[in-house]
Design a protein around this ligand. Structure first.
Ligand code: AMP
Ligand code: FE
Ligand code: ZN
Length: 286
């Protein structure tokens, strides 16, 4: 079993990189990609734990972006522990924007009679990527809501009273940054992008032209039709179909490590396919 989409305490997961890799080992996974939002700072710990426990750890990252006024997430794989200064700088800026945005959301919650302070949102890593799940957790701790999903439903989801949009990269910029760092870009969970099939086709076409390498087909929120549509796009644009659970530990208990779509394990072969394409890309970069 493998899982190519996971989060740790360096962004909005509940497990440290070590705990995540320990769980992967306990469940018998041979490989996991660690893909925290806007940070690569958890990778050294994850790689060390993987080495120790015999789980291959693929260094990754997940970045939010926008194209044609639609927002989506891009995964980058095989950072090889050496992201360029440019990528590091950009990630740092994205985390700084998050802090500003969180402050504005806290202000709104305060106005709604649900006060929280910055200190309530502390991430495990002081420079970690803090976001809405941390706010949701803090709201549960204060007894404002009974669960993180209730916090999203009532206050934090797009359009809800405490929601504030955030700044994101343009598609071309994100793809260029990832590729310049030797990372292979893969479009995350296409099935939850807010667009229709024609819109998704356009997004994938434009992204493929700009260097997209894969598309996440196997994902817990993808039904059979979505998986089929994603596999069709992979074929059409010569992309590697990948998969992952988007595990966040207790922050998202419904995601189970190694489980992709339809309750089934992510197929092992997507990793070898991804590795081949990444090797080709590296060679081209010289
Ligand atoms: P942010 O980065 O602050 O915009 O928050 C995005 C994170 O919130 C992602 O990790 C999502 O998995 C999580 N998320 C988005 N919508 C929901 C929801 N309705 N319930 C729980 N988690 C959510
Ligand atoms: Fe995502
Ligand atoms: Zn994710």
């Amino acid at each position: 079993m493998i899982d190519l989409h996971t989060h740790t305490t360096f962004s909005d997961g509940s497990q440290t990189p070590t705990e995540l890799v320990e769980e992967a080992a306990a469940r018998g996974l041979s490989a996991i990609a660690v893909t925290d939002h806007d940070t690569v700072d958890g990778l050294p710990e994850a790689l060390a734990a993987g080495e120790r426990l015999g789980v291959e750890v693929i260094p990754g990252v997940e970045i939010n972006l926008e194209h044609d006024r639609v927002t989506m997430d891009m995964l980058g794989y095989f950072l090889a522990g050496m992201p360029t200064d440019e990528l590091q700088r950009e990630l740092k800026e994205l985390r700084a924007y998050r802090v500003e945005r969180n402050d504005r959301m806290l202000e709104r919650l305060g106005d709604l009679g649900l006060p929280l302070s910055r200190a309530d949102l502390a991430a495990a890593d002081e420079d970690g990527a803090v976001g809405r799940p941390h706010i949701g957790e803090a709201m549960v701790r204060r007894g404002y809501v009974s669960s993180i999903s209730e916090a999203f439903e009532l206050y934090l989801r797009r359009g809800a009273p405490a929601w504030v949009d955030r700044r994101r990269l343009a598609l071309g910029r994100a793809l260029k940054l990832l590729r310049a760092s030797g990372a292979l870009p893969v479009l995350a969970h296409p099935g939850i992008i807010r667009t229709d099939p024609a819109g998704l086709n356009h997004i994938v076409r434009d992204a493929a032209r700009a260097g997209l390498g894969g598309i996440e087909c196997y994902y817990p929120l993808h039904d059979a039709g979505t998986v089929a549509r994603c596999l069709g796009l992979a074929e059409k644009y010569a992309l590697v179909p990948t998969g992952g659970s988007d595990s966040h530990g207790t922050v998202k208990p419904e995601a189970r490590l190694g489980v992709g779509s339809l309750g089934e394990p992510v197929p092992d072969e997507v990793l070898s396919d991804l590795r081949c394409v990444a090797a080709d890309q590296l060679q081209r970069l010289g």
